[in-house]
Design a protein around this ligand. Structure first.
Ligand code: GTP
Ligand code: MG
Length: 267
């Protein structure tokens, strides 16, 4: 009879983003179905979570969730990371790690299956420090993924990397809707890439009057020189960014359904 293959390592979803955006709250919510009180994270944390019955995975869209052989495929590993500027290596180091299939030991960090970048949607006002901080971090994450793609030796590349930008705290009336969050982040990430490019030139690294288009290690994120940055430009390097709103806390209770659905689509 048909026997389900139980994967040795569960697909890993790496949670990252600026401090105070709600990563640990989300991590505990996804693991336990209810968020725990948090304090500033200083070390990463790992947990196993199971998809709620209402969520269908992409690979099993036409099969019943009651099917016991599917249960093993409904479990994921979550990694929560600290958002503080000095502790981001915990998340960023994993973006240059080898994939799980090539890592022998389970204790050595491996490249995640997907990324969940959490932002506080109530703190992304144009010109604010919090928007600048979120965008600078997101820029560096996307650039790390772009470099990984450029380094890949096979013509097929290292595979697609799904990135969920979880626009959190939608329960707050000051929160911007997901579409506005997306535009604000795109604009600000665009500003970061301009200033990084300028910084490279100013420091004399420009050489032939500018960045080298073909240079795999070029620091320029996405395509296009002068134009506006858009998350869509990352598709060129197999990075698929989606911005989805929700909230972990709030008077009306948590709303994490759309994020679970996104997770299900990555399985
Ligand atoms: P670091 O560990 O410092 O990187 O922060 P973090 O991203 O883990 O943030 P954390 O989960 O600790 O949450 C920060 C604050 O935001 C806490 O006071 C949470 O209660 C609050 N918070 C998290 N999610 C929500 C939400 O959906 N709505 C509201 N209103 N507050 C939230
Ligand atoms: Mg935390």
């Amino acid at each position: 009879l048909y026997r389900a293959r139980t994967p040795k390592t569960l697909p890993t979803f790496l949670i990252l983003g600026p401090s105070g955006s709600g990563k640990t709250s989300l991590f505990t919510q996804l693991e336990r179905g209810t968020p725990s009180p948090t304090h500033i994270s200083q070390v990463p944390a790992t947990a196993t979570a199971t998809l709620p019955p209402s969520i269908t995975t992409e690979s099993n869209r036409y099969r019943s969730t009651e099917d016991p052989t599917l249960l093993a495929q409904r479990r994921i590993t979550l990694i929560d990371t600290p958002g503080h500027g000095k502790l981001r290596h915990h998340a960023l180091s994993r973006l240059s790690a080898p994939p799980a299939s090539k890592t022998k030991s389970a204790t050595v960090p491996s490249f995640p299956h997907a990324l969940v970048f959490v932002v506080d949607a109530a703190r992304l006002a144009p010109g604010s420090d919090s928007l600048a901080e979120a965008a600078a971090y997101l820029h560096d994450v996307l650039l790390a993924l772009q470099r990984r793609h450029a380094r890949a030796r096979t013509s097929r590349g290292p595979g697609t990397v799904p990135v969920l930008v979880a626009a959190n705290k939608m329960d707050l009336f000051t929160a911007a809707p997901a579409k506005v969050v997306a535009r604000a982040l795109e604009d600000e990430v665009g500003r970061v890439r301009e200033s990084r490019a300028k910084g490279l030139l100013d420091s004399g690294g420009g050489g032939e009057g500018g960045r080298a288009e073909e240079d795999e290690d070029a620091g320029w994120l996405g395509e296009g020189g002068e134009g506006r940055f858009e998350f869509r430009q990352m598709e060129e390097v197999d990075v698929l960014v989606e911005v989805v709103g929700g909230n972990v806390l709030g008077g009306g209770g948590p709303d994490v359904q759309a994020w679970w659905e996104w997770i299900g689509r990555q399985l």
